[in-house]
Design a protein around this ligand. Structure first.
Ligand code: NAP
Length: 527
């Protein structure tokens, strides 16, 4: 495979890619056998023109020879392949010394790889000029990894190696990958990219995921995504990076939105909102933030260019004290699930869970005069309690911490019930507002079958579609309502607050339902 113009320009700023797919998005191909890596590479090149081959992941030299022999026989026109054979010292699996590593990389270059990624640990043992000559004509990316933290002094590292870019014996690109323990760490890493050409920044960890999605928007030359096997913490799969987040399409003008929570991996809000942006042609992206410390997130929000965010478990009440202004209904409820960041940085909050509960339940039973039990007394329960009470329902609340149930009951003029009362009391509807039974711990129910003395059971959980609680309800012949309808209604209301346009609900519904049905099907198949 010969070197292409694209190879030379790959890391150049503003280069117009001639490759199909996704400029800047590098697929990571990593597996124990040549067969598996070939399979992954074929998938990768259907999505993007750039792939990193993790040669250190292959289980032995025989597999490496098989892969490289196959590669040498291919004509992968226009593809840019980066060969990496990370030694253990640099966080990889290659057991050999630097000379062994260089021999493998040289074979990869002969087979058609136009770039080699070499970690600084190796360059401490052999000068870059010698490496360049040995691996010629490949281009060299010098990489630094820290799997424990985002250390200070990274900009000095980048300045040092970028200086060499201008020299005849030079590095062609510099990569920094570091564990992001906080959102502040992610922002620090993104700032290093600073729109300088030939610099790659990669925050690692689930906290760092939004920054991986936003890396190209912030000027990183590449962002990485595995085809199947994650090679670093916090990576989102290739298909998600390309089709859900459209990382290669994000630019300086892309508006950033997100959802904050802990845990956050279960949330389908990114699918809902991003589907809406694509359907209406809005230049915006929506990412999940794992937030343990609200102050850490809020300090970084403006620097990430955030225009708004959804709030989920467990921050719906705590966020209130950080708002500058709030919709009066949300203030009364005492829980906020939607925040707008105004152009002057001020935060305004609203609650769309309220609308979501109402829109879902009012079609299924006449709320006025109905007796409805809420199980749980957190943020979503507060919105539900206000919505139901205002619609004329008689609200009962039961929670594992009885004082919380009593407090909420007092605010909405309802009654608090101890758990033991559920076996003898009758309700028109029971609503689960706890996360018990939520993906990935879907096999449990918050309530037992003898406690379901009602006609309608609603679960606020939408993932899975059919929770264990809803299955129990159906088995008793009761009407079972998934949290999906509420999820759609509250999400569409958020989308409209942020964009000022009508939400494309049909497209949103179709995308989320398809995903949930596939997942439910897989779960049933696994049983
Ligand atoms: P939250 O504010 O943290 O409240 C959670 C409530 O559940 C609290 O009362 C908590 O009790 C209780 N709880 C947690 N674990 C429990 C357990 N093992 N046993 C009994 N009670 C337990 O969370 P939230 O924001 O209200 O969200 C709650 C659930 O509703 C989540 O699953 C969320 O995804 C879902 N939700 C869905 C939608 C939708 O659109 N479908 C909208 C909003 C929320 P303590 O106070 O004692 O911890």
């Amino acid at each position: 495979m010969s070197e292409t113009t694209q190879d030379r320009r790959l890391f150049g700023r503003g280069s117009k890619s001639r490759l199909k797919g996704a400029p800047g998005l590098a697929a990571v191909v990593a597996g124990p056998t040549a067969r598996e890596m070939i399979r992954q590479l074929r998938v990768a090149l259907r999505e993007t023109g750039t792939a990193e081959l993790r040669l250190d992941w292959l289980k032995d030299d025989g597999e490496r020879s098989r892969l490289l022999a196959w590669l040498g026989s291919q004509h992968l026109h226009g593809a840019s392949l980066i060969a990496t054979c990370r030694r253990r010292e640099g966080g990889g699996f290659c057991a050999g010394d630097v000379s062994g590593q260089l021999v493998i990389l040289q074979r990869a270059v002969a087979a058609g790889c136009s770039w080699c990624d070499l970690e600084v640990e190796s360059l401490r043992k052999i000068p870059l000029a010698a490496v360049r000559e040995f691996l010629s004509p490949a281009r060299i990316m010098v990489s630094f990894h820290d799997f424990r933290r985002t250390p200070p002094g990274l900009s000095r590292f980048i300045v040092k190696w970028r200086r060499t870019i201008q020299r005849p014996t030079r590095a062609d690109a510099v990569k920094v990958a570091a564990l992001a323990r906080s959102i502040a760490d992610s922002v620090r890493l993104l700032a290093l990219a600073g729109r300088k050409p030939n610099v790659v920044v990669m925050p690692m960890s689930e906290v760092g995921l939004p920054a991986r999605v936003l890396a190209l928007r912030f000027g990183s030359a590449l962002t990485y995504a595995p085809v199947s096997q994650a090679t670093a913490p916090g990576q989102a799969p290739l298909a998600e990076m390309k089709h859900l987040y459209r990382v290669h399409r994000l630019d300086r003008h892309t508006a950033v939105y997100g959802v904050i929570g802990d845990p956050i991996g279960h949330s389908l809000s990114p699918l809902l909102h991003n589907t809406g942006f694509v359907a209406r042609g809005v230049n915006a992206v929506y990412v999940p933030f794992l937030v343990r410390d609200l102050r850490d997130f809020l300090a970084a929000a403006a620097r990430l260019g955030l225009r708004g965010f959804s709030v989920t478990i467990p921050h719906k009440r705590a966020i209130l004290r950080y708002l500058d202004d709030c919709d009066p209904l949300a203030a009364e409820i005492g829980a906020v699930n939607t925040v707008v960041i105004r152009s002057d940085g001020r935060l305004w909050g609203a609650n769309t869970d309220y609308v979501g509960v109402l829109r879902t339940l009012e079609h299924r039973l006449p709320l006025r005069g109905s007796r409805v039990l809420l199980y749980g007394a957190g943020g979503a329960a507060r919105a539900a309690a206000f919505a139901l009470a205002r619609a004329g329902a008689i609200v009962a609340i039961c929670a594992r911490r009885p004082e919380r149930a009593r407090t909420l009951a007092r605010v909405v003029g309802g009654e608090a019930l101890p758990r033991r009362a559920l076996r003898s009391e009758f309700f028109d509807a029971i609503v689960n507002t706890t996360p018990v039974g939520m993906h990935p711990r879907a096999g449990v129910s918050p309530l037992e079958a003898p406690e379901l003395n009602c006609q309608v059971v609603m679960d606020l959980i939408y993932r899975p579609l059919e929770t264990r609680l809803l299955a129990l309800a159906r088995r008793r012949g009761l009407t079972a309502i998934s949290g999906f309808e509420m999820f759609l209604a509250q999400g569409a209301a958020q989308w409209e607050i942020w964009t000022g346009q009508r939400a494309p609900e049909t497209a949103m519904r179709r995308a989320v339902l398809r995903m949930l049905r596939v997942e439910d099907g897989r779960r049933r198949g696994a049983r």
